[in-house]
Design a protein. Structure first.
Length: 376
């Protein structure tokens, strides 16, 4: 199974789609190494995330604690503090690093509220390549403002010989907002088709399966059901900075337990965890983020292999693209089924006029109460 560890809600980006930076955690109350040591070994994948994990002064100690516990240890980062990541790679060259980039210079900096952000990310990637990183890449969130640059970002990643991960605009409880909505769903979804085709032209088998992941993102963007049932709470869980364990990072009612008060076995195998898994099975959200999608498409017998239906789709469409034939997206996506939003709030940029931030208290239950999250 996989694990996502939210080490902090502090963040030095000011993203238009996320208000974490307005509600940073106090460093004194964030997950400590002793709590992380309570985790067992044997995870397939552990993602160290945030907020911005490079703001943790003990990031190397966190890696020391978690690296032996997983086949793959990842750090999801904004890449603004490349020198911190460089120290990690010097010690652990196999740590997976994904730097969030939402477009080229002006686009990225406007969306993420980062003055000179794109340039800093590119400098960070150069540092990590030079340091000997073996699993480096960029990560992009599809939205109206950057969708026309996505294929070019992928092609840039190919030239640099690094990976390219994707997600789509969505809501989550720690964002402290639930109005992330794509304005023109069909336009954005159609642009993703181009990326799917480009990825299937690659010589990388991993990239072919990323193409399928992006097919799922097309359905998500249009507001349709997931391609595969969600397995959050079973195949992947989230730990927040206060040690609370959640089935996912979208619904804050799916709390399974707390690592400060319980052992991992008590949290994961307890009665509350079973209740949460029942709720996940009936969840109406159509989330399709990397954390929930990659576990959902896994073969239940061999985690390193995909489900047979996924394998068939990849093989068939790889052949079509190789022969110069188009992917018949209408066979897989119903463009007549598009969710209509009752209201759409215009996203703003915080590049020039940041709002005030306020430290969150020690208690972990004080997430903004903004009702049900609709990810459709």
């Amino acid at each position: 199974m996989d694990l996502s560890v939210i080490t902090t809600y502090r963040c030095n980006s000011r993203c238009s789609m996320c208000n974490i930076w307005k509600h940073p955690t106090h460093p004194d109350y964030e997950l400590d190494i002793a709590t992380l040591e309570k985790l067992p070994g044997g995870f397939d994948h552990i993602n160290v995330t945030g907020g911005e994990p490079t703001l943790r002064t003990d990031l190397l100690d966190i890696c020391d604690a978690l690296h032996p516990k997983a086949k793959t240890l990842e750090i999801s980062t904004n890449g603004l503090r490349g020198y911190v990541l460089e120290k990690v790679i010097e010690r652990y060259p196999d740590v997976k690093i994904r730097i969030s980039v939402e477009g080229f210079e002006g686009t990225n900096d406007t969306i993420r509220g980062e003055k000179g952000g794109f340039e800093k990310k590119m400098e960070a990637m150069e540092r990590l390549v030079a340091a000997g990183g073996t699993d480096l890449g960029f990560a992009t969130t599809f939205q109206d403002e950057n969708i026309d640059e996505v294929v070019s970002l992928y092609q840039m990643s190919e030239r640099l010989k690094v990976e390219f991960a994707t997600s789509a605009l969505h809501n989550a409880f720690q964002f402290h907002k639930n109005d992330n909505t794509i304005y023109d769903r069909v336009r954005v979804a159609k642009r993703v088709e181009n990326l799917v085709t480009e990825m299937l032209k690659s010589s990388s088998v991993k990239t072919w399966f990323r193409a399928y992941m992006n097919l799922g993102l097309i359905a998500k963007i249009l507001g349709q059901d997931r391609l595969h049932p969600c397995t959050q709470g079973t195949d992947n869980v989230f730990i927040d900075p206060w040690g609370d364990v959640y089935a996912c990072n979208v619904r804050n009612d799916l709390l399974m337990g707390n690592l400060h008060l319980q052992s991992w076995e008590e949290v994961y195998n307890g009665a509350r965890a079973e209740e949460v898994r029942t709720q996940v099975a009936g969840c109406p959200q159509n989330c399709w983020m990397v954390s929930s999608a990659k576990t959902a498409i896994r073969n239940k017998h061999v985690a390193r292999l995909p489900k047979l239906a996924v394998l068939r789709w990849v093989a068939w469409n790889k052949i079509r693209v190789t022969l110069g034939r188009p992917i018949l997206f209408e066979r897989y996506i119903d463009y007549s089924n598009v969710r209509i939003e009752p209201r759409v709030v215009k996203r703003r940029t915080y590049l020039t006029k940041p709002d005030k931030k306020q430290l969150q208290p020690a208690e972990s239950r004080r997430y903004t109460q903004i009702g049900e999250f609709f990810n459709r």
